[in-house]
Ligand binder design. Structure first.
Ligand SMILES: *[C@@H]1O[C@H](CO)[C@@H](O)[C@H](O)[C@H]1NC(C)=O
Ligand SMILES: *[C@@H]1O[C@H](CO)[C@@H](O)[C@H](O)[C@H]1NC(C)=O
Length: 304
């Protein structure tokens, strides 16, 4: 009889890889924006740079978003890309009109001073959909005392959004299937909320995904078929997922880290993961999976 893996920790840590060991990494966007933007380091602009200004409609949207998080002070700033704060990123087009490409909220650490959210009354303003150049949206510990679902309108940011981080925000309800419309995403991080749906199949449309972290929620159902050719990190740990590990995992050839620990997965570990030659860490502990481990992974363990 094949042994049960339920209590046996099957962590294959083959080398020390600090980026994966650190709590998380924000991968900043670097391409894929509308071609009208002028790429390069942006240090803001000053009064004497003649004609430079923030696009008026986007500026109004930023005021709405700032008000919705309790940051009313921002509405006193006459030009948000000129009077920029840590947490707003702007880029010019060829006519020197500045566009909002990044918005970040939440006290991540002592040295990142993103605007904090008023935890009892903050919400995500729908005016976010009026930012047609937005690449990065980051909310950390923003809505903890005002639990709310992830708004489906975020799906409308599909043409540009590359990084969506909604981490430890106390979000309730489902992962909206509309997030599958964010087909340019590289990073989707919904870690540690109270999301209680199944994993929408539509996430499979995001074929350029590098990092998918849905850990620390109450997600149910089975893990859908996965075909992410450039996915490096897949963390579905600490949920209520059931069923078998999908054999399609073997098509995600770029995987470096898989963490499915602390779920209710059953069945065999699929042989297809033999093909995951980049794999450095796989944690399947605290499930009800059946061995044996595929041959190639066994040989990796001996290298260790
Ligand atoms: C997003 O996807 C859903 C289906 O998941 C679709 O009904 C909707 O029209 C799409 N568009 C937007 C902008 O959300
Ligand atoms: C998920 O949570 C929401 C809000 O907390 C609740 O209303 C809903 O019934 C839950 N759904 C499931 C499938 O458990």
């Amino acid at each position: 009889m094949a042994p049960y893996f339920s209590l046996l920790k099957t962590i294959l840590m083959l080398m020390c890889f600090w980026q994966l060991a650190s709590p998380f990494t924000v991968i900043m966007s670097d391409s894929g924006a509308p071609s009208t933007l002028v790429e390069g380091p942006q240090n803001g602009f000053s009064m004497n740079k003649y004609g430079a200004r923030t696009e008026a409609r986007e500026q109004e949207a930023v005021y709405d978003i700032m008000r919705a998080t309790g940051n009313d002070w921002a509405t006193d700033i006459p030009d948000v890309c000129r009077g920029r704060w840590h947490g707003i990123e702007c880029m010019p087009d060829k006519d020197n009109i500045y566009h909002i490409v990044g918005l970040s909220f939440g006290a991540l650490s002592d040295d990142t001073a993103f605007p904090t959210c008023d935890p009892v009354r903050s919400y995500i303003s729908q005016s976010i959909t009026k930012l047609p150049y937005l690449r990065t949206l980051f909310f950390y510990r923003c809505f903890s005392y005002n639990p709310q679902p992830i708004p489906a309108f975020l799906g409308q940011l599909g043409p540009t959004l590359q990084t969506l981080v909604l981490r430890e925000n106390g979000h309730v309800g489902p992962i909206p299937s509309e997030l599958g419309n964010l087909t340019h995403l590289r990073v989707l991080d919904l870690h540690k909320n109270n999301l209680n749906s199944s994993i929408p199949v539509s996430l499979g449309w995001i074929t350029g995904l590098r990092s998918l972290d849905l850990s620390g929620n109450k997600l149910t159902g089975t893990i859908p078929g996965l075909t992410f050719p450039v996915l490096n990190v897949l963390d579905l740990s600490k949920n209520l997922l059931t069923g078998a590990m999908p054999s399609s995992l073997g098509t995600c050839h770029s995987l470096i880290k898989i963490d499915f620990s602390h779920n209710r997965l059953t069945g065999q570990i699929p042989n297809s993961i033999d093909g995951l030659t980049q794999l450095i860490l796989m944690d399947l502990s605290f499930n009800r999976l059946l061995g044996p481990l595929p041959i190639s992974l066994k040989s990796l363990t001996t290298i260790n």
